[in-house]
Write a protein that binds this ligand. Structure first.
Ligand SMILES: Cc1cc2nc3c(=O)[nH]c(=O)nc-3n(C[C@H](O)[C@H](O)[C@H](O)COP(=O)(O)OP(=O)(O)OC[C@H]3O[C@@H](n4cnc5c(N)ncnc54)[C@H](O)[C@@H]3O)c2cc1C
Length: 428
């Protein structure tokens, strides 16, 4: 696995409770289900399988939350990338509404689990604001707020004055507020899920990369890079943006784009009162969207696109540091003390994908940068599917593994798309 730079966000590691004690797999054995990947999806799957009475064993190559789950912005945003009416147009009224309802419940899934398992996770739940950066963005915001309100969600449209006040920036023409959204300290949440899964009876092994998967009849052998292997009837693969070559062609079904983030030093009380003063989290309607929020230490975190390659040094975050005072002139001259990045798995249709290429194997991939809620809820659905053999539990039907055309050239292709989007988004 290529080593991302820096290894992980020191900010989250410094402000999360310690991880539960876990160790590598040292002996071969048998498991009811083997779950591969210790992010939100794998952990939620293992937790819910254990709660259903099975004995899952989760194998993580590095540490709990090593992937996107320990690197993200911690914004808990309900819904999928597609608006509910769009899903209905794509899948018809029944399947489309079912998928919209699945997306609607993703934020609840996170906050319910945190409460139910009394996880030690810094969190807020005062909503998500999507700021509109153009008139077209504003029209989109109106449509979204209306579509969700029609389905009973607590949304409201924000005029320019209210958006200025709630965001603390005059850069937006307005926007909408979705009261279901909120924020979590993501690594604390990943570790909280791990502790809950262990308490429910799941077994977790870290520093245990899976090196091979093979099947004979109904029995799978999961071979680890350390030597020992597990046999099982069922395997769930949740490696998402950190997927390697474990399953043929899987990695070629996504663009694993790096998302970059910076964090300022903690703001003074006076400044805190001027940036997202009511504690909402926010992202905007740009195609290359910017996302930002205050964390529980009073830092402003801002994230967005960066170079497609792995970063080489602090200069790769400089564009985000320049944006902060443009959005928030009151923060001109502020220092930044954390910079990090991680991979977001984007599929061609911007939908989460499930694949069942062979009996007993289920693969989840593609979170489009909305994985805190989505992957938590996906884990619940996968566990129900596996434990009860209930195909209706899955929000999307398993589809064939279809690599993106010319995936080998995706860096070039992505660079061209990014340049085009940047032009459309206008400057900042
Ligand atoms: C910088 C950044 C900001 C983001 N911001 C947000 C946000 O604010 N809100 C939001 O909802 N989403 C956000 N996301 C997306 C979100 O973090 C992800 O969607 C989510 O964490 C994915 O969870 P996962 O469990 O599917 O995968 P991951 O958390 O990526 O976990 C996959 C795991 O699989 C492991 N693995 C890989 N190969 C193997 C192997 N062979 N054997 C064993 N283990 C293996 C990896 O080590 C990794 O830990 C962001 C993502 C990034 C990178």
């Amino acid at each position: 696995m290529t080593e991302p730079f820096p290894l992980g966000p020191a900010l989250w590691a410094a402000t999360a409770p310690p991880p539960p004690a876990t160790a590598p797999l040292t002996e071969s054995g048998r498991a009811d289900v083997v779950v591969i990947g210790g992010g939100f999806c794998g952990l939620s799957t293992a937790l819910h399988l254990a709660e259903a009475g099975l004995k899952p064993v989760l194998l993580e190559a590095r540490e709990i939350g090593f992937g996107g789950s320990g690197r993200n912005g911690g914004q808990v945003i309900p819904g999928l990338k597609h608006d509910p009416d769009e899903l209905v147009a794509m899948f018809g009224p029944e399947r489309g509404e079912r998928l919209a309802a699945f997306g609607a419940g993703t934020a609840d899934a996170v906050f319910d689990l945190i409460d139910r398992h009394r996880m030690d996770v810094p969190r807020t739940r005062t909503g998500w604001i999507q700021g509109a950066h153009t008139d077209e963005g504003l029209a989109q915001a109106e449509r979204r707020a209306e579509q969700w309100a029609r389905r009973g969600a607590p949304t409201r449209l924000l005029d320019k004055a209210e958006a200025d006040r709630l965001i603390g920036s005059e850069r937006y023409r307005g926007g909408w507020l979705d009261g279901r959204g909120g924020a979590v300290q993501p690594l604390a949440y990943a570790r909280g899920l791990a502790k809950a899964a262990l308490a429910a009876g799941a077994v977790l092994h870290t520093d245990t990369p899976v090196a091979g998967l093979s099947r004979r009849g109904t029995t799978w052998t999961v071979r680890t890079g350390r030597g020992p292997s597990l046999t099982t009837e069922r395997v769930v693969l949740c490696t998402n943006g950190y997927s390697g070559d474990l399953w043929p062609r899987l990695r070629q079904t996504i663009i694993a784009a790096n998302s970059f983030q910076v964090a300022t030093v903690p703001l003074s009380d006076n400044l805190r009162r001027t940036v997202l003063p009511e504690g909402q989290v926010s992202s905007d309607t740009r195609k290359l969207l910017l996302y930002f929020r205050l964390d529980h230490t009073g830092r402003l975190l801002l994230g967005g696109r960066g170079p497609f390659r792995e970063p080489r040094g602090a200069a790769d975050w400089a564009h985000l540091e320049r944006i902060v005072p443009k959005l928030f002139p009151q923060l001109a001259g502020i220092d930044f003390d954390h910079r990090w990045c991680g991979r977001v798995a984007v599929t061609r249709d911007y939908l989460p994908h499930l694949h069942a290429p062979e009996p007993g194997l289920l693969i989840d991939i593609g979170c489009q940068g909305r994985g805190v809620g989505l992957q938590t809820r996906m884990g619940q659905a996968i566990a129900r599917f596996v434990a009860r053999d209930d195909a209706d539990a899955l929000p999307v039907a398993p589809s064939p593994i279809t690599p993106l055309p010319l995936h080998g050239l995706h860096r070039l292709y992505a660079a061209a798309v990014v340049a085009w989007y940047r032009l459309q988004d206008g400057g900042l």
